[in-house]
Design a protein around this ligand. Sequence first.
Ligand SMILES: NC(=O)c1ccc[n+]([C@@H]2O[C@H](COP(=O)([O-])OP(=O)(O)OC[C@H]3O[C@@H](n4cnc5c(N)ncnc54)[C@H](O)[C@@H]3O)[C@@H](O)[C@H]2O)c1
Length: 354
Amino acid sequence: MDKVRVGVIGIGYWGPHLLRNLVSLPTVQVVAVADRMDQRLQEVKNSYPQITVTKDYHDFFEMGVQAVAIATPPATHFPIAKDCLEHGVHVMVEKPLALNSADAELLVDIAEQRGLTLMVGHTYEYNPAVRKIKEIIDSGELGKIHYINSTRVNLGLFQNSLNVMWDLAPHDISILLYLLGEEPVTVTAEGNASVFEGLHDIAHIHMKFPNNTLAHIHVSWLSPIKTRQMVIVGSEKMLVYDDVALTDKIRIFDKGVEPLPGNELYDVRCNYRYGDTTTPHFDWVEPLRVECEHYIESIVNGTRPHSDGASGLRVVQVLESADRSLYGSEERLQRMLMADPMRLKSDGARARFP
Ligand SMILES: NC(=O)c1ccc[n+]([C@@H]2O[C@H](COP(=O)([O-])OP(=O)(O)OC[C@H]3O[C@@H](n4cnc5c(N)ncnc54)[C@H](O)[C@@H]3O)[C@@H](O)[C@H]2O)c1
């Protein structure tokens, strides 16, 4: 079988991880890497002399590149992904798919019309721990899910083109939609712009899912320690997922509460159950490797990737609803973005808010 000829666009922090994984796949030939910064291209050249480097990804279209992986800043995702799809190239783009649902829908439509793969880098959906949790929830072991609380906080890194929700929460939202297998009925958000005026660095997103499941996401660039924790409370058992723990990332608590029969209206006597804590086993594989493999398989087999464009669109829709709630109205959001030229420095953002 011929190898798929791949190009990587954007080689800042995340791009090199994508590049390393793609290079390691036997089904892939990484042909070229594009970045606007000379120094980054030089670093690629030093590590991978066989790969062509360029400052302009348009050169890919003359080099027979069949598929790209895009790891540029979020405001550039839409214009670059659209350009690549319109040149007949398969696209895997980092999260979020785009900065608004109209742009995300357009990307989905173009990919559909041209029969191209469009995949979004919802890395956690390829994480063995998250997949194990999905298996546990689907088995019914936790019972009915009452609520999920997700915390993703650390100090920085402040982004100048988007608030903390668009930076960090795509992960939590994609995990929640994946685990629950449904979309929220309501989304609201509260937050603070503590350091830079108009740039929210702390946010709390509240989501209500069908069947009365509540979810809460806390994201922040203002926390002394890095926390990546998800607490899932079911009617039968409770689960804690700690992504930064070195061992025992998933713990299942056989804990619960059963009401005792009572006659009074406000009689809340109950039995508390304190059972064993177990740590389920799962085999570890780097999630990004699974994601990259899946991208290439989807292209070769002509199958829809798990985190396809529609899944990217759903995450953008939730973020958009959260933004509307956070800022009061969409009009306000646009005014704030227009007022700050720093936020408009990318071509993508300018195109979106002309
Ligand atoms: N899945 C994950 O866990 C994860 C983790 C980190 C970042 N990300 C995502 O990866 C993307 C990149 O984040 P980052 O932290 O690497 O950012 P970064 O700023 O470190 O790197 C972005 C790179 O893109 C380059 N670039 C910008 N415009 C370009 C263009 N038009 N053509 C070619 N190169 C261009 C920049 O020069 C820079 O080197 C973001 O969308 C982010 O959300 C995902």
